[in-house]
Design a protein. Sequence first.
Length: 552
Amino acid sequence: MHYKLPGAVIPVLFIITCTISFLSCVEERLDISIIPKPQSIELKKGWFVINSQTRILYNKGDMETANYLQKQLKTDVDISLEVKELNNPKGTDNCIWILKAPELKNQLGEEGYYLQIDKSGIKISAATSTGIFYGIQSLRQLLPINKKEKTENQLTIPCLSIKDKPRFSWRAFMLDEARHYKGMEVVKNLLDQMALHKMNVFHWHLTDDQGWRIEIKKYPNLTEIGSKRADTQIGGWDSDQYSGQPHEGFYTQDQIREIVQYATERHIIILPEIEMPGHTSAAIASYPWLGVTGNKIEVSIRFGKHYDIFNVADPKVEEFLRDVLFEVMELFPSKFIHIGGDEVKYDQWKSSEQIQKFMKKVGLKTPADLQIYFTNKMSAFIESQGRRMMGWNDILGGHVLHAYHSDADTKVSQDLAQNVIIHFWKGDLKLAEEAILRGYDIVNSYHVFTYLDYTYKDIPLDKAYDFDPIPEGMDSTLHSKVLGMSCQMWGEWIPTVESMEHQVYPRLSAFSEVSWTKKSSKDFINFTRRLEVMQERWDILGISYARILTIN
């Protein structure tokens, strides 16, 4: 049966339909504009207008956070607001109120926040300054991206209520600069994007076979020689082509202090990685006595795995590493120090008479046992300085992870120090659960999901987004031992900033949501809508992201 509607009803229905559509768009736009997706968002009626009379108010102890917000509003949307300390928020309209409330810790933890916007103002509250900082990042993403969208020096923002906290405490991005040095401004820009995405660990891979990028005062050759290579392999792993250009660069200790401070202001810890006992050709080129053979070598111009490794039977080498780590720990306040430990080729140890005598003396049967013995010494030193060691899961031994290792070489009778954090990257995922059952905390960086040097065909955006740091089927009683995840930008094939940014973005956004947003709230289609707005932001900043959402 069909009915003919009166003509007067049609405009009413049209208005209702348009209103519903408009509200839906507002909600979608709001949802789009925040990455990673908050735990909960409740839209409310009305709007708050930020204008030149709006003030930023803070209670005692949060002046730095308030000043950061003031600076970001000027940078993001070109509006200047007064900052003022005020301990009683009652009767304060037209303000952005920053309120640290330690009693919220039970509800929000160390990093959660409330963001409440009504017609009278904005309130960001959290148990800690870190939580308030993350509330500010969500607020920034709700504001118009383009300064031209501002009308008469004011900004309109919808009323809403957000409650938010992260799924994991470890939300990391790694940059390898040993292969290609990028420089301080590039690192700062990455830190800015990490902060916007609520990522909190910058894993800095500073040494490897192809370069040593950190000044060590006691050993100047590490940068005088080790930071320079004569040429660079191009064209892929098996290529015999080279750029024909030298490559060099390193960070002075003053520059590192500046970057550490910059990261600290963004509530990001920097995790320095100093590779040992393998991936050490640049160090050995600087001081040949560090190597097993003692022979003079060059900083490697070719990528891949190399045979030259530290002579861990020589007390001078151990002293060198303690000296280096001591200077590293003076520069980086992080509670964690990464020693790498991956892809160690044992050939030189096996053929060295000195190494074999040493192993017999201390009762070690296999090269993997020797690596654990050495790693435990480094761990003990790091712990003596009030820090905690981290290493790739190769340091556990006991399993063949690489084709160049044999079962006999990887068998172990030694136990790795219990306080070490295992950075899982390779092997059967059951190895991660096995490490947890042995009592270790892990960070999951399973390479088939998280390696940013892999192409978008190998790791398309939807695959990155679907990564779960907790291996499927793991008993729920073990979940707390998974600290979180990290995505890795290995540097072999990213000689330019543009090539690096293409590999990092937009997958960084996906990984931020993997590590922050609860699993039940994730939705890839919804994520891609929000990503469109993030890409508008990158366009304005001139970031050379991959202009792609997914590749099947």
